[in-house]
Design a protein around this ligand. Structure first.
Ligand code: HEC
Ligand code: HEC
Length: 156
């Protein structure tokens, strides 16, 4: 799997630049605990650029979690409720993390090849585009969203 250019991967702060603390609420993280996890250098990045900043990486991680409606433990080894500093974020033990890497590459391909994008502030397709807060994107509109019946019956 090839690394992606930072350009397309790290979207504008408008899209990804949210506080990572909120992804883990409740409970809110006390400031010292918050600073003591996920500090570079990162050990196992295969897609994100090697020089990704902590803010960029964590903004993207929070974005993943929100887009799928999950928490960090969905992809990462760690015990829910324990401080994030006890998590092993570099581990590839969870299958979902491996799928997420493929999804990242796919989203990058769609944006760069199909939409011809070179500007990360204009991303067309993100995790949320398909996932909408669920791990299983829908393949058809829900029944209640079907087109409404015409107001008046058509007459010949
Ligand atoms: C949908 C899956 C998914 C979720 C949810 C997720 N991550 Fe990640 N995380 C990944 C993937 C995939 C990578 C590896 C990216 C790469 O290879 O470049 C990664 C890498 C990381 C790394 C770098 C570890 C290293 O040293 O290599 C940290 C730190 C991290 N994630 C923190 C978090 C935090 C904190 C959360 C919760 C807010 C979170 N992640 C939620 C998929 C996820
Ligand atoms: C083009 C649509 C699309 C985009 C964009 C997309 N996904 Fe997915 N993703 C899917 C589909 C479809 C599945 C399969 C779900 C199923 O099996 O029901 C899936 C499955 C997954 C799974 C495995 C879920 C499971 O229960 O096994 C993970 C994790 C995941 N996606 C993460 C991501 C992340 C992270 C991103 C953004 C980098 C992303 N996806 C972007 C369509 C998409």
């Amino acid at each position: 799997m090839t690394r992606l250019p930072a350009l397309l991967l790290i979207a504008s702060t408008g899209l990804f630049g949210l506080s990572v603390a909120a992804a883990q609420t409740p409970p809110p993280l006390p400031a010292p605990a918050f600073a003591s996890f996920a500090v570079p250098p990162y050990k196992n990045l295969k897609i994100f650029p090697a020089d990704v900043t902590r803010d960029q990486l964590l903004s993207n991680m929070k974005f993943f979690a929100q887009s799928l409606g999950v928490r960090c433990t969905y992809c990462h080894v760690g015990e829910e409720g324990k401080p994030l500093s006890t998590f092993d974020f570099a581990s590839d033990a969870k299958d979902k993390k491996l799928v997420a890497r493929k999804m990242l590459a796919m989203a990058h391909r769609i944006n760069s090849q199909d939409f011809g994008l070179t500007d990360s502030s204009k991303l067309k397709v993100t995790c949320f585009t398909c996932h909408r807060g669920s791990t299983h994107p829908l393949t058809a509109p829900p029944a209640e969203d079907a087109a409404p019946a015409p107001a008046k019956p058509e007459r010949a």
